[in-house]
Design a protein around this ligand. Structure first.
Ligand SMILES: Cc1cc2nc3c(=O)[nH]c(=O)nc-3n(C[C@H](O)[C@H](O)[C@H](O)COP(=O)(O)OP(=O)(O)OC[C@H]3O[C@@H](n4cnc5c(N)ncnc54)[C@H](O)[C@@H]3O)c2cc1C
Length: 532
């Protein structure tokens, strides 16, 4: 037995669990995958009618499903692969009220009261997570802590002043400090209290169990392609027809072509975990580089890990350095005693055009289809906020966030307009620009377990050489909006630079918004020297 959690003098002890690998949408293994018991649901699909269909088995989907089921709605959760397959399985799980969009920017763009609403909801999200952990006795090493943000030059110092000033103004407690518990050089630093951290996939799997115990149904391997909109929604799922009054896309980005493709940009972020001994700070830490780096420690089954992340770049675009993992390792080794890296992984997030998430009705016409996206690097928080907002929308409860986070909000800042313009011409701009197709002369053009874009007989092909030396060939045209995918060597996937759709080496959809696989090219007219 191990001690996991203490609150108000109450101690909770849990039994150690067996380690089972859960699935994720990439080839690299995140820290969470091997330390989580997968929950697959045990109920049979009998009844076809539900109050709410929730699509997506990450933190957003499961929190929403649980809240609605608890309020008496009869819910089914449909997951394309298995629970936590998406970014929830590849997150780093800092729980912040210190959000990526600085509060000063929020005040400027949305006004003081709205910025305060966001801050209060971030706080409420951490409280809801803590409440769920207590109520369902979840073994996920939740811990409240502080976050330290540190400036290394004059420009960053000015920015930090603004961040601290705006945060305090909105009731997010912060103060300047002369020392931080982390081994980084800085000119100025601030401490933000009221933050937290936890084991994300253990938390989400336990929410799934609680959801099922309350009568909810979980169906995995069930990709939702198209929802026919009427008074009653019909989904023709791989498991049969399903009807409901409401449908929530908790899919990180909704499938298909929607206006949100212009309002959310896909990014990759990289993380490493290193086994460490005990004398590391339990707080969270962030530098102020662009993009920034993030650090924290997580204990899993009595072993401590240092997690470092960053090196973010747009999906399907070139990485910031030749090897982002190596860059993170170099950064860590400069400041910490050298230790072995246990995990290296990357994952995807969607940055919103104006810095706030899109939570609510997908369109003004389709009145009972909802979405939750544009969380940036704060999806543990905004995913939980989404559950609160969507619950209130669907149960007809008033919530001031419904208007603020509406996906159809019309007020767009100047910066948001240029973001959209960039997005509109994204397809033409990036088509084949970064990795022009090479001629495929023989399979030696590729190393084992390497992919690339090639030309052959005037055709452009995406070719992968697998560990058995077979060539897997697909048409590189993204099925979402016809951009050309690029090779992601770190997760062994084909990634679209336009709207972030991702595919396996066989061309199977890993990440939306695409909902159809890449076309397989079965018979490649290989040059004489090449073999298949
Ligand atoms: C490296 C990295 C680190 C991060 N660190 C933090 C952090 O420290 N703190 C924080 O707050 N946030 C962080 N984030 C962001 C956060 O992890 C995500 O925003 C959050 O996990 C999103 O959860 P979700 O449930 O909305 O989506 P996901 O976890 O992506 O879940 C969506 C699910 O929907 C399924 N799905 C998709 N399409 C369909 C379909 N058509 N039919 C059926 N199912 C479908 C997918 O398979 C997937 O399982 C980080 C992000 C990255 C990339």
């Amino acid at each position: 037995m191990q001690l996991l959690y203490q609150q108000s003098g109450r101690l909770f002890a849990f039994k150690k669990k067996t380690k089972v690998m859960i699935e994720r949408d990439g080839a690299a293994t995140s820290l969470w995958q091997s330390s989580t018991n997968a929950f697959h649901g045990s109920r049979q699909f009998v009844n076809q009618e539900f109050d709410v269909i929730i699509v997506g088995g990450g933190i957003t989907g499961l929190t929403t499903a649980l809240l609605l089921q608890k309020s008496g709605k009869h819910c089914v959760l449909l997951e394309a692969k298995s629970l936590c397959f998406g970014t929830t399985g590849g997150t780093t799980a800092h729980l912040n009220t210190l959000l990526d969009t600085p509060y000063a920017e929020m005040i400027k763009n949305f006004g003081h009261e709205n910025a305060r609403l966001v801050a209060n909801n971030a706080k409420a999200a951490i409280e809801l997570i803590e409440k769920n952990i207590l109520e369902y006795e979840i073994d996920c090493e939740f811990q409240r802590t502080s976050a330290f943000l540190f400036a290394k030059d004059h420009g960053q110092e000015k920015e930090l002043d603004e961040i601290v000033g705006a945060a305090n103004n909105l009731g997010v407690e912060s103060k300047f400090v002369s020392k931080i518990p982390w081994p980084f050089q800085f000119r100025k630093a601030a401490e933000f209290s009221g933050q937290a951290k936890f084991h994300p996939t253990r938390y989400v799997m336990s929410l799934a169990k609680a959801f099922e115990e309350l009568g909810g149904l979980i169906l995995e391997n069930c990709r939702v392609k198209y929802a026919e909109y009427k008074q009653v929604i019909l989904i023709d799922s791989p498991l049969g027809k399903i009807y409901a009054h409401h449908l929530v896309y908790a899919t990180h980005i909704p499938p298909g072509v929607t206006q949100l493709n212009l309002r959310c940009a896909p990014y990759r972020s990289y993380a490493i975990a290193l086994q460490i001994e005990s004398d590391y700070p339990e707080s969270l830490a962030y530098d102020m580089e662009d993009p920034y780096h993030y650090f924290r420690v997580q204990t899993i089954d009595e072993q401590k890990y240092l997690i470092a992340g960053g090196e973010d770049h747009k999906t399907g675009h070139p990485t910031l350095s030749e090897n982002p993992f190596k860059s993170l390792e170099d950064l860590v080794s400069k400041h910490f005693k050298a230790t072995a890296v246990s995990n290296r992984w990357s994952s995807q997030y969607f940055e919103s055009v104006d810095g706030l998430p899109f939570i609510g009705k997908l369109s003004e016409v389709e009145n009972n289809i909802y979405v939750a996206t544009g969380f940036g690097g704060n999806g543990m928080i905004y995913g939980t906020v989404s559950a609160l907002v969507l619950h209130d929308l669907i149960t007809g409860t008033e919530n001031p966030c419904i208007r603020l986070f509406s996906p159809t909000r019309h007020k767009l800042m100047a910066s948001a307009k240029s973001f959209i313009k960039e997005n509109v011409d994204v397809a033409t701009k990036f088509f084949g620009k970064f990795w022009p197709a090479r001629e495929f002369k023989s399979k030696d053009a590729l190393e084992t377990e390497e992919g690339g874009i090639f030309k052959m007989d005037g055709k452009t092909l995406a070719i992968y050489r697998d560990s058995n030396e077979r060539l897997l060939v697909v048409d590189p045209t993204c099925t979402h909006m016809k951009c050309q995918v690029n090779w992601n060597e770190f997760e062994k996937s084909w990634d679209c630079p336009c709207h972030g759709a991702r595919y396996s080496v066989e061309g199977e959809v890993l990440t939306g918004p695409a909902d159809a696989n890449l076309t397989k090219v079965e018979a490649v007219p290989l040059p004489a020297k090449a073999e298949t």
